[in-house]
Design a protein around this ligand. Structure first.
Ligand SMILES: [Zn+2]
Length: 436
């Protein structure tokens, strides 16, 4: 029996007008208590041992769910006497914990393929696996930094210095935790929060923490505005379509000349400048449930003109600038390789004929695998014939934009299905040709 812990102790003070006497997890989404959505999702993925840590009006939760048998699960309630914080509550219930368990918050609307994150966690042998995602307000969110292998390297709590560029990677509030990793903190009497206290402390002690970057739906209902928005998204089917168990649609985006000003051999973040309308275009993709995925060739690394860290810094700037305008990329894929050897200063280990360099479809196919994409429903937008050939090779439709090279690079004979003036036009065109 796989175990799920739901932290349902929230008071919901800011939502009182919508809640009446109800505890926050009982707030209706699409006419059904939020907590019931969570329990049904858990059951679908085989998480049938459910612990609910409750506080305010725990009796109403208990009345509704009983022992859980109506939902095909076993529910145990743990009533907190004093507020211990999210991690403190779980630590206080240490004896009830399974060897590995999932933690969710009772005030988040969630549609996540739990089995998928569970398997990733077990295979990685991580001490904790955190579901992270980019969001549309990274500047006022606590951010997480991860390395290329997906291990968490730092937590950056807000406020963020204005002169630094950050990855748009936010703790979404869903974790898989290995019980023994919590052992050192079981004696702590202080209230502790997972995101602010326990995870940073674990990282300092050398715990292995995996960043599980996922575009799946997970949002808290903390304010009346957010609550109304989530209800609307539920009514529109956005929540239901978001699980990685369901095939997703995506728009692949080229970088130079498509999202940012074309600079011959861009090697530093300082040279990066967003093209007009780009944030608005990506925001539309975000709002309509399209995955926005960057795919870019960066042979400047193989050529020795800059390092991997410079590319990451450039992408951090891109994400920060987009974040300021409430837009985000779901994933960034970049190829550091280049096939032709024999130049001064080059990095021989990257001078290979790889599978990821466009026009090869490697990055698109990797994304399709990692994000369960339905390639028949996907598009690629770029400014070069190489992009068009990539789309052809990957079996996705393409739009050529007139920005950047505007298709005049002469590298390939691949033709565009559609031509648009710029990214925003391209996105509108795609929307017009796709039924929701
Ligand atoms: Zn490559």
């Amino acid at each position: 029996m796989k175990q799920l812990i739901i932290l349902a102790g929230g008071m919901g003070t800011r939502l009182r007008a919508r809640l009446g006497d109800l505890p926050k997890p009982m707030i209706p989404i699409g006419g059904k208590p939020l907590l019931e959505h969570q329990i049904e999702m858990a059951q679908r993925h085989g998480f049938t041992d459910i612990l609910i840590f409750a506080c305010y009006r725990a009796d109403l939760i208990e009345q509704h769910f009983g022992d859980g048998s109506r939902w095909g699960v076993k529910i145990r309630m743990v009533v907190e006497r004093e507020p211990l914080g999210t991690a403190g509550a779980v630590l206080a219930g240490y004896d009830l914990l399974a060897d590995d368990f999932v933690v969710m918050y009772g005030d988040t609307m969630v549609n996540v393929d739990l089995e998928r994150i569970w398997q990733t966690h077990l295979q990685s042998k991580a001490d904790a696996t955190l579901l992270l995602h980019p969001n549309d307000h990274p500047l006022d969110s606590d951010l997480v930094e991860a390395d290329a292998e997906g291990w968490i390297t730092a937590f950056h709590n807000r406020p963020h210095p204005a002169d630094k560029w950050f990855q748009n990677l936010v703790n979404a509030g869903l974790y898989v935790v290995r019980k023994p990793a919590l052992q050192p903190w079981t004696g702590s009497q202080k209230p502790m929060d997972f995101g602010k206290d326990l995870f940073p402390a674990m990282l300092r002690q050398g715990a292995k923490m995996l960043a599980y970057n996922s575009p799946e739906f997970i949002k808290d209902i903390g304010t009346p505005e957010r609550y109304d928005k989530i209800n609307a998204e539920y009514a529109a089917g956005v929540v239901q379509r978001s699980s990685l168990g369901t095939a997703q649609r995506a728009v692949f985006l080229d970088r130079d000349g498509t999202l940012i000003k074309e600079v011959d051999g861009l090697t530093s973040a300082a040279q990066l400048e967003l093209l007009p309308g780009v944030a608005a275009a990506i925001r539309e993709l975000n709002h309509h449930g399209w995955r926005a995925i960057l795919v870019t060739n960066q042979p400047v690394v193989a050529k020795g003109f800059c390092t991997e860290a410079d590319v990451v810094e450039t992408h951090n700037k891109l994400e920060t600038l987009l974040g300021r305008e409430h837009a985000f990329l779901d994933r960034i894929y970049w190829c550091p390789h280049h096939p032709e050897k024999g130049f001064a200063g080059e990095r021989l280990e990257l001078k290979i004929d790889c599978d990821c360099r466009k026009p090869k479809p490697g990055m698109v196919l990797q994304a399709a695998k990692e994000l369960n994409l339905d390639l028949n429903a996907c598009w690629l937008i770029g400014d070069t014939t190489t992009d068009l050939e990539t789309a052809q090779n990957a079996g996705v439709r393409s739009v050529l934009v007139r920005t950047g090279h505007g298709g005049r690079d002469g590298k390939s004979k691949a033709a565009a299905g559609v031509v648009a003036d710029n990214l925003l036009d391209a996105v509108h065109l795609i929307m017009a040709r796709t039924s929701l």
